[in-house]
Design a protein around this ligand. Sequence first.
Ligand SMILES: [Zn+2]
Length: 274
Amino acid sequence: MPELPEVETIAASLRPKIVGLTIADVRLLLPKLVRGDAADLLKLRGKRIESVRRRGKMLLVSCEGGVHLLFHLKMTGQFHWTPRRAPVDTHTRLCIAFRGHGRELRFRDVRKFAVLRVLVTDRPLESEALCGLGPEPLETGPAEFSRLLRRRKGRLKSLLLNQAFLAGIGNIYADEILFDAGLHPLRPAGSLTAPEIRRLGASVRKILEGAVAAGGSSIRDYRDADGMDGRFQNAHRVYGRKGEPCVRCGEPVLRRVIGGRSSFHCPRCQKDRA
Ligand SMILES: [Zn+2]
């Protein structure tokens, strides 16, 4: 599932294409894509797109008049910037056409898990779908990170995946962050020393910034709106590397299931104790 770096990359590739355009028409091809009243999509007609932003793992397209599209891409959601006359592919779930423009934005989703909400509000970030998210990790400084972490009791892997703690980190980056910080995924958050907390906060920023700069990680179906692959998967140091030698110490990388998710770590570099 796309995490912060992938959704950030998608937002950056959509922004120059659609901000400033006026929506002519919206065609919904899969009704279950929309949570809530699909008739709200009609409110988009004639509205100019003002911004494209990411919040956590979600993408927010805001139009004038306080109408917003909030996409959660889930497993296989993708945007395609396609000539209007091109045939519509069977996995396309939504098409947005623009006034006086020869291309349209198509949302494609093979597995049909993606969710779209139409928000009609002047304060989209305070809507029910977004208000429970924790702070953005790249906007959280070291002091704030320490303060947030000290309040938590869970184990590190689960904590990093908890969107109410920090928004946007998923399974891949949680593993990469913990490896970078040299911390075991099952360490209780409350057992970390002050230097370990600082190291973890620094690794969160370093890994996510590196991944954003590389255009995210392409595994499975992630592409940006230009169909480009990200490159960060080449920089993964533990994720998906079960049995391969650790890049730091040579010990084979372990895979174990934590909270139902595959988790990868080095048993020597990430010891299960303080
Ligand atoms: Zn190692």
